[in-house]
Design a protein around this ligand. Structure first.
Ligand SMILES: *Cc1c(COP(=O)(O)O)cnc(C)c1O
Length: 423
């Protein structure tokens, strides 16, 4: 297709055409997935009789906020869960996960992470490393253990079951579905089902999933195949690019209640929380999510195809099954990472003129460069890329509200990287 408004070299245009050819099968699969999940979400809206009156929002205590209750019931149904806590008061994904962990765990309990070391920002919540006395789980006497993945990046099921047998204080098994800043694969719902089933046969530990970036990437969600609780951020998939902030926790009713008691207070739980007019955005974003996830997946597949043609190592592969919206590209050095982020940023609808540079970030060990030209600050369901400046110099790219716009941004990134390579 002719690039009418953005000019690329003939070399890049031809690579892009080839990449689009490579994407055909995946795009068909993505369309089927989107259709399935869109119907699922629509049914949750119609069966819960969502109405314009639910958008008005409350102030003060937010008692009897009907919109909030219906929203939570829509989330619960679409995710196949007993109950949901969906609030704009969750300030980030990490905050949401933290509320869930503190909601459920008690002094003397052990949390067992079975997917290796979790996402960087969760370390201070658990209290991995030296105590800073900031109120981590460790500070409150909650113990932590982790099981490393097997050599080929699978959950070491035997080791997990053995640990559960040996340590009766294990109250929670924690699964991080997405890879975070790791180069492992993301866990599929099928893999989560397998380990959950084996655990449930014999043990009563609560299975909790960090579902960030995984929502609506497959037909089923972790809580439909054995997980008891899962959580994520509304400025990732389930906000559909429209929710301005927030998070969700869904799962077993008794556990969601405990999480609500942590977010608000004991004795009050889900009963309060003024929505301040945010409910409409959350409804509308959730309604758009299956489609937006589809656009993000297409963007990821296209980037994979294009950068593979350019000779870079990518994960997942073009036709590989996807379990989250993240695409990693190993760019081999700092200069190519900066070129990629600069190019991607120049194709963003917001802040296209800004040049991202690496810098320190709270919660992370090494300098990070981030490319994000988003309507919502930090939103990563909008096209964005992050890279810690460290081996193996990979960039983690995710999101894209509309494929056609994101495709241009990915090509601009490729153009900058080609320039860097030809220096
Ligand atoms: C994004 C993410 C988080 C944390 O979310 P923030 O909103 O950045 O705090 C946790 N786990 C995983 C796997 C994530 O991708």
């Amino acid at each position: 297709m002719d690039n009418t408004f953005f000019k690329f070299s003939d070399e890049l245009n031809s690579l892009s055409d080839k990449a689009m050819q490579r994407c055909k099968n995946s795009f068909e699969e993505i369309d089927k997935l989107t259709e399935y999940n869109q119907q699922k979400v629509l049914l949750a809206f119609t069966e819960n009789r969502v109405s314009e009156t639910h958008f008005s929002g409350s102030t003060g205590y937010g008692l009897d906020d009907r919109g909030r209750e219906v929203l939570e019931s829509v989330f619960a149904q679409a995710f196949g869960a007993e109950d949901a806590l969906v609030r704009h008061n969750f300030m980030s994904g990490t905050h949401t996960l933290s509320v869930a962990l503190f909601g459920v765990l008690r002094p003397g309990d052990t949390m067992l992470c079975v997917t290796g070391t979790p996402y960087d920002t969760i370390h201070p919540v658990i209290g991995i490393g030296e105590s800073k006395n900031e109120g981590s789980l460790a500070d409150f006497g909650v113990k932590y253990k982790e099981i490393q993945l097997t050599e080929n990046d699978k959950i070491d099921e035997d080791a997990v079951l053995k640990e559960l047998e040996n340590d009766k204080s294990i109250k929670m098994v924690y699964i991080q579905r997405s890879k975070g800043y790791d180069l492992r694969n993301t866990f599929s719902v099928e893999e989560i089902e397998s380990i959950s089933r084996k655990i449930k046969e014999k043990y009563s530990a609560i299975i909790m999933v960090d579902n960030c970036y995984g929502e609506f990437v497959q037909k089923l969600e972790p809580v439909q195949v054995g997980a008891d609780l899962m959580a994520g951020s509304l400025i990732k998939n389930p906000g559909g690019g429209i929710a301005k902030t927030g998070g969700y926790i869904v799962g077993r009713k008794d556990l969601v209640h405990l999480c609500a008691c942590r977010l608000t207070t004991a004795g009050i739980g889900k009963e309060i929380g003024a929505t301040l007019g945010e409910t409409r955005n959350m409804f509308m974003g959730f309604f758009h999510t299956p489609h937006v996830v589809g656009e993000s997946l297409k963007t990821a597949v296209f980037a994979a195809a294009l950068f593979e043609l350019m000779g870079f190592k990518i994960s997942p592969k073009v036709d590989e099954k996807r379990c989250d919206i993240i695409q990693t590209i190993e760019l081999r050095n700092k200069e190519c990472i900066e070129a990629f982020c600069r190019g991607l940023q120049s194709g963003a609808p917001v802040d296209s003129f800004v040049a991202p540079i690496p810098s320190e970030m709270p919660g992370y060990d090494s300098d990070i460069i981030m490319s994000a030209g988003a309507f919502t600050l930090g939103s990563s369901i909008e096209l964005s890329a992050d890279a810690p400046i460290r081996e193996p110099y990979a960039v983690w790219m995710q999101g894209g509200l509309t494929f056609h716009s994101s495709k241009v941004a990915v090509m601009l990134a490729a153009q900058e990287v080609l320039k860097e390579l030809n220096k």
